[in-house]
Design a binder for this molecule. Sequence first.
Ligand code: KG4
Ligand code: ZN
Length: 344
Amino acid sequence: VADLLVLGIETTCDETAASVVSRSPSGAGDILSNVVRSQIEDHSPYGGVVPEIAARAHVEVLDHVIAQAMADAGVAFSDLSGIAAAAGPGLIGGVIVGLTTAKSISLAARRPLVAVNHLEAHALTARLTDGVAFPYLLLLVSGGHTQLLAVEDVGKYRRIGTTLDDAIGEAFDKVAKMLSLPYPGGPEVERQAALGDPQRFAFPRPMAGRREPDFSLSGLKTAVRLEADRLAPLSDQDVADLCASFQAAVVDVIMDRVKAGARFFRERLGSGPTALVVAGGVAANGAIRNALNKTASDIGTRLAVPPPVLCTDNGAMIAWAGAERLSRGLTDPLDLSPRARWPL
Ligand code: KG4
Ligand code: ZN
């Protein structure tokens, strides 16, 4: 049996990305190319992603991004085993652009289409980077999602906990916005936090100590807003201290909630996870990565986090999830519909 060679296309949010990945029959992965064209400059005047602008930008650059990914990998469409695209969840205009392009290539090159769930792609990335075996405990933390999942197999995801209000990345972005930091907020809040005092403000740790492994971020976000309003006008040091104290609260909440999730995992699956895996854009945060290293050893397992470029949206994760599906004979028809909402 030969290696699978898959082109992956990602257009669900504000990155236009394509990548070629191979997967050996034993399950080892290799990234042959990984091209990401960020739209940050297009959206930053608006302080967030504008769906209409995103869709148009994907149309403009996707052909070039795919051509570059194919050239970097040194392969032709006829060499591919399949074409994978994120078919959702996400901003529907962008999803349509990526999926339709994948369908066209699939039709012209006579290679199967593989529709990938964007969240599933985040969930499976650690198998590409760290060779993690099933079942594992996944903390999925992005701009739109905050979930704890038991990943039992490709296509078999058991939800253990979720956020009752804001996603963690969303909370980072909103805190950045209220402190007038540039978009996207997460990396900027992390940079500011490194310059500040994490103990200056005693922000709440919502849900800490609860048995159910759910999250809540809105109370913490409101506490930051109230403190910022009270201090206004803010000095540079105030901003740094607010970021540091906010991030410290998030770190504590994550550690506590992951421990609750690990207990649920053991109860429901009858054994512990092979690894604690962290995925999604927020996993790029160094303070959160460090804290989870300790949490993983506390719950008797190891931490696996993809490198930051594979935590934020990219084409390699889509190509890899496509290869994982293809290795199990899972393909999709050309009349498949894109999905704005698509829970795992
Ligand atoms: O997975 P992703 O690239 O896109 C979604 O599918 O949402 O995640 C983007 C989110 C944004 O909310 C961004 O602010 C956050 O991840 N993020 C971070 C960091 N880098 C990205 N949050 C905290 N610290 C970071 N270093
Ligand atoms: Zn994402």
